[in-house]
Design a protein around this ligand. Structure first.
Ligand SMILES: NC(=O)c1ccc[n+]([C@@H]2O[C@H](COP(=O)([O-])OP(=O)(O)OC[C@H]3O[C@@H](n4cnc5c(N)ncnc54)[C@H](OP(=O)(O)O)[C@@H]3O)[C@@H](O)[C@H]2O)c1
Length: 333
């Protein structure tokens, strides 16, 4: 069997915030699978902030996508033709590279088979994939909040943040969250946050001083930039910060820029620990089991924002970066 694949390619490098017109839809004929290969029809695609870093020119540690090249990303799909004994027709597979397209050819050994028994398969891109493993790694691998400790999470209505809030509450922490609108803050409180700050409408530093006058014991930072500087100033002595991401800097010339008040971490003996979900993937089965247990206890609610159709993906990505999303953003192909 051979098919024509539809792919979203990078059409131009954005300056500042990306626009849907920075991408283009391209059709590419795919050959029949050769020995060891499979042909996959994607069912679900992941949209993630790190993809912004692929659009940058050289110098991004995430590597640069060439103009005219298909964007990489996570995908769950079904094998529709196979020249591999390992993956028969009908097998469900995850690829971390073959998102942003509806079909692809790949060596079977590069793909990870998954079972539909855990429930909706798109979860492997969200709660049981990068999102959930990242939130788990930041909360349990880095911060290890103790009951009663005050823990702050920003971008808390997003994919990672909304899971981090719930895992921190389950661990017994007092949780302060922030998000970009009053509606998002109300939702984050529904998820269990004790307090939620609308950072666009309120003064984040002043509200943190009111809500945690003794300082924050823990902070889960998805945002970086000015918010990270506010957090460093808001930490209690010997506090700990999990550095998860720096979305506030992804459109800038230097997304790797550090905070200007780093010395305050020395003065207060604050630990800043960067972490990368990739370092937790080897523990994925145990982490997924813990996330599933949290759901079964009623301590964890999974929320997805679903975009319909590959052609809508560029606008979905633009909207994700602007904050027009709750929970995990996915594309149903
Ligand atoms: N370390 C790792 O291994 C790892 C893995 C996955 C993700 N990450 C990082 O984790 C962070 C969250 O990723 P995600 O997939 O869960 O995305 P997400 O939170 O679902 O979406 C991004 C959110 O960031 C907020 N945001 C955008 N620009 C902002 C700004 N200038 N200031 C404050 N908030 C801003 C928006 O929410 P508001 O409406 O609230 O502004 C938006 O909804 C990102 O930094 C990402 O790169 C790291």
């Amino acid at each position: 069997m051979s098919v024509t694949a539809r792919q979203i390619v990078l059409a131009r490098r954005p300056e500042g915030a990306p626009r849907a017109a920075d991408f283009a839809l391209r059709e590419v004929p795919l050959a029949e699978p050769r020995s060891g290969e499979v042909l996959v029809r994607n069912l679900w695609l992941s949209i993630d902030p790190y993809m912004r870093l692929y659009m940058a020119g050289s110098g991004s540690i995430h590597g640069s996508v060439a103009l005219g090249e298909a964007m990489p990303g996570g995908a769950v799909g079904e094998v529709i033709a196979s020249a591999s004994n390992a993956l028969p027709v009908g097998a469900l597979v995850i690829s971390m590279a073959h998102g942003w397209r509806d079909h692809y050819l790949a060596p079977a050994e590069k793909l990870q088979p998954v079972s539909a028994e855990v429930g909706p398969v798109q979860r492997y891109l969200g709660l049981y994939g990068l999102t959930g493993i990242t939130a788990w790694g930041g909360i349990h691998g880095v911060l290890e909040p103790q009951p009663g400790e005050t823990l702050f999470v920003n971008a808390a209505a997003g994919a990672v943040g909304s899971v981090a809030v719930q895992l921190a509450k389950r661990a017994g922490a007092r949780v302060i969250a922030s998000a970009g609108s009053a509606e998002k803050c109300a939702w984050v409180r529904e998820l269990g946050a004790d307090h939620a700050i609308d950072y666009r409408g309120e003064d984040l530093a002043a509200r943190l001083a009111e809500l945690a006058p003794e300082g924050l014991a823990c902070a889960f930072d998805n945002v970086g930039g000015v918010q990270l500087e506010i957090l460093i100033d808001a930490m209690a002595p010997q506090g700990r910060i999990a550095l998860c991401g720096a979305i506030a800097l992804y459109d800038s010339d230097n997304y790797r820029a550090g905070p200007r008040n780093l010395f305050a971490a020395i003065e207060k003996h604050v630990a800043l620990t960067g972490f990368n979900a990739g370092f937790y993937f080897a523990r994925a089965p145990a982490i997924i089991a813990d996330l599933a247990a949290a759901e079964a206890e009623g301590a964890l609610v999974n929320h997805e924002t679903v975009i319909e159709g590959l052609a809508a993906m560029p606008q979905g990505f633009v909207d994700l970066l602007r904050g027009a999303c709750r929970g995990k953003m996915l594309v149903r192909v």
